[in-house]
Design a protein. Sequence first.
Length: 159
Amino acid sequence: MNRSALVFIALGAAILAGLFLLLRPDSGAPDATAPSVAAVAQDPAITPPPGALPGEPGPVPPGSEPLPAEPAMTAEWVVRQGRRESGPAVVVLKAGDEVELRVTSDSNDELHLHGYDLSLPLRAGQTGSLRFRAQHSGRFELELHHRHLELAALEVRPQ
């Protein structure tokens, strides 16, 4: 290599190193543009809405409608020793219907409704309830996630 090429490479490397040192974010200093966790917690502008207490539902957001007092359909299952002991194999409803799925299992698991991507942790011996509005039409698998047990199929027909 000739001398001018080496000088050019060294000068380019020095410029790149200088730009890196000048423009890199300082990992030790907090970002001045982002509020700290303490500042967010104490910021009076960020307050929970009235009625939003821990463990209680808050008010219904504007533009949405509350769920009806009673769902259009309720389906219940009992699972023992990894098998469906009772409950329907297929649940059929119309798009827009309110549905409640109730499951009692003899072991801890997770109820999962594919396609809606809804899940519910289940505790052994306790009935879990998953309530939602069926807005997407199609056939969706309802399963106990840890046991890989297809509990039922949810068929939502168009209105």
